[in-house]
Design a protein around this ligand. Sequence first.
Ligand code: HAM
Length: 421
Amino acid sequence: MNNAIRSIKGTHDILPEDSKKWQQLESTIRKITHQFGYEEIRTPIFEKTGLFSRSVGEDTDIVSKEMYSWEDRDGSSLTLRPELTAPVVRSYIQNSLGGKSPLHRLFYIGPLFRRERPQKGRQRQFHQCGVEAFGSPHPEQDTEVITLAYSLLSQLGLTNLNLKLNSIGSPECRLDYRNALQDYLRPILNELSETSQKRFESNPLRILDTKAPHEIDIIKNAPSITDFLSDEDQAHFNLVQSFLNQLDIPFTCDPTMVRGLDYYTRTTFEITSPTLGAQDALLGGGRYDKLVETLGGKATPAIGFAAGMERILLALEVEDSFESHDSTDIYIVCLDDSGLSVSIDLANQMRQAGKSVKLETLRRSMKAQMREANRSGATYAFILGENEIQNQTVVIKNLKEGNQEIVSTLNIENIINDLTI
Ligand code: HAM
């Protein structure tokens, strides 16, 4: 093993025992997005670097230090996608989706790449599921997206959820807020970290996103964005809150939540789970009414969210709410080489009838094959011994109930009809 090649730090294999959980998670995501009328979009894993710097923002952690970027042979700069909102917006513009229908509800599932320091719940390759709704500027669209996010987590069985809500207003009122924040921070500028001092001029709101404890303390007394919202922004935010109350979705307002990406306007939200430790955000999202225009499209309001799938699975493990479904129906035990062609035939016919079948391919002893049949979780073992092969029969043993019967292999229909799976 000494010279065996290992996976890259911060990346993980999803092994068969875990992939079942992933499939269940994905099928719940597909079920719920379908219930809300969202359709799947798949975009490439890599994009032009400028797509992310122009949307997520030059001063964000993601763009300034976490992207996997490289120079391609033609000199252009390419990047493994660190998030999916910008690629979906790019695709929306490039494929003129807005011209085809005034409203688009899209969802996605896929891998992303950020060069962060790996720890529990934080990887360098991770997966998100998310939605993006294009076309509606109204609070009922915000409510729909937030409700979808909340329903997804609760239908998966998570109960320990905190929904945090904020409005960061429109760019116009954010300008006044930016000035007020700079006025507050200017006298204590030298107490801030080097990164925050840089951000003071270029993008002071990013300072609110700091993780440094002493800066968090400083920010506690900073002016609040809530006091700078325009009447329209406030009315929009009020209506989102009242719709959520009407739907009995519990939330708290958190005026310091600015999110780590620059494209947001008005509503932002996060759902955290106290079971997760330091990396407690299960999902995050918000409205981004200017992004389509910024990336060269026709002005189009939009809102979405993305959830970290590894974190959802971690939280499900902690809350112990995963039900496992075993899927093998039949294990075929063959005790004599002369029965191999019959067993291959049987497996083939059962699969054509829609059953899931595992076939012994190691020619092991009867004991070992029966042990494997039980371990596989199969409902039935089909056992082909010397007698059965000679008599053109098979022993069908119900592994859950223990009873068994001998049936003819000449009438496959009868075998299929007798099975209770
Ligand atoms: P984000 O907050 O950067 O938002 O990421 C969303 C979620 O992805 C996080 O809440 C977290 O669960 C998961 N996540 C982020 N980084 C990692 C990591 N290194 N390892 C594991 N999980 C991680 C966005 O990406 C926006 N595009 C969301 C959005 C969609 N806003 C509007 N539409």
